[in-house]
Design a protein around this ligand. Structure first.
Ligand SMILES: NC(=O)C1=CN([C@@H]2O[C@H](COP(=O)(O)OP(=O)(O)OC[C@H]3O[C@@H](n4cnc5c(N)ncnc54)[C@H](OP(=O)(O)O)[C@@H]3O)[C@@H](O)[C@H]2O)[C@@H](O)CC1
Ligand SMILES: Nc1ncnc2c1ncn2[C@@H]1O[C@H](COP(=O)(O)OP(=O)(O)O)[C@@H](O)[C@H]1O
Length: 282
């Protein structure tokens, strides 16, 4: 691998975790708007919302389809389902690009037009480049290959899997956004040359929904740092690397709690708070 890729550490991550102070309220801490989940994939919204709450932020607003809202509220009644102001967006998880309704597309485009920092995942990845908001995309190898192919950049899943560092960097430069390319080693980079790897501490992560949990963690970190992001969009890269580190560490703790046995995406979300606590004490 290129020597300029550095492994993100606990000490690096600890710099990006903030706890509330006396004059904070739920709004100053950051509100994350989530446009995710669908009748086909309601669980993705539940997982992203759960992870965002567990990572620590002021509020989550979720205004998706009624059936999905019901599922989200059953798991996390703290979630606000009325529309309103937010400081950051997580969009696309659990959405099938090919089945987006006119209304949903309007919601996605509205989020992007807000100019607020945005985490673009799964079914919203094709919208990258249609706006100027500070953006981080969170594809896995198949999604990155499809996205690049749609921009007439000739590649394949096999090529992305064989050289993830190169393709993540190429995508960041061509698309002008922060790229978090998921895998057993996650690559985070931006067009300015910042680049980090996060090596997953456990392969039990390879199960359905863990990417949705990562999106929730990252969305929460972005919302929490909204004031800094308003003047310095460059910190998005560090926030993305921190989210991947927290995700891996939560998975590590979750499997350790079951003697190294299997874990689910929800187990990972539930293991986030002690990871945040340990980073605050770091
Ligand atoms: N709980 C939830 O709500 C969850 C919701 N989720 C949401 O789902 C959405 C899609 O995300 P994704 O990454 O899974 O799909 P995607 O990149 O389009 O790849 C599809 C490819 O997989 C392949 N394939 C399928 N079955 C296969 C098999 N048995 N064995 C081998 N291959 C198989 C299939 O190949 P094919 O069958 O066409 O040959 C196709 O190429 C996304 O919005 C995400 O957020 C997920 O997070 C999970 C939890
Ligand atoms: N073999 C593996 N070892 C460790 N981590 C993995 C492995 N495969 C995938 N992951 C991690 O698991 C998560 C899977 O996310 P994603 O592919 O979006 O799944 P889903 O769409 O089901 O949520 C990512 O964070 C990725 O880095």
């Amino acid at each position: 691998m290129d020597a300029s890729w550095q492994e993100w550490t606990a000490a690096d991550a600890a710099r990006w975790i903030v706890a509330p102070v006396a004059d904070d309220d739920k709004y100053s801490r950051g509100v994350l708007g989530i446009v995710a989940g669908s009748p086909e994939y309601p669980g993705a919204a539940v997982l992203a919302v759960e992870a965002a709450h567990r990572a620590g932020l002021g509020m989550v607003r979720y205004t998706g389809p009624r059936a999905v809202r019901t599922a989200v509220l059953a798991r996390r009644p703290e979630t606000v389902t009325a529309p309103g102001r937010v400081q950051a967006w997580l969009i696309g998880s659990g959405i099938d690009m090919g089945r987006r309704s006119f209304m949903l597309l309007g919601d996605l485009q509205g989020s992007l037009a807000s100019g607020l920092p945005v985490v673009l995942d799964a079914g919203a990845l094709d919208l990258v480049g249609t706006h100027t908001a500070p953006t981080v995309i969170t594809p896995h190898a198949r999604e990155l290959a499809a996205l690049l192919a749609s921009r007439e950049i000739d590649t394949s899943i096999a090529q992305v899997r064989a050289a993830p560092a190169e393709w993540a960097l190429r995508a960041a430069k061509e698309l002008g956004v922060v790229v978090l390319l998921k895998g057993a080693v996650t690559h985070v980079c931006d067009p300015d040359g910042d680049r980090s790897t996060i090596t997953a501490p456990t392969h039990w992560l390879a199960s359905a929904g863990t990417g949705d949990v990562l999106g929730g963690i990252l969305g929460a970190l972005v919302a929490t740092h909204h004031e800094r992001l308003a003047t310095d969009a460059g910190v998005l890269t560090a926030l993305a690397a921190t989210a991947a580190w927290v995700h891996g560490e939560a998975a590590s703790r979750a499997t350790a709690a079951v003697d190294g046995g299997p874990i689910t995406a929800l187990d990972i979300a539930e293991a986030i708070p002690p990871v945040i606590g340990a980073l605050l004490a770091h």
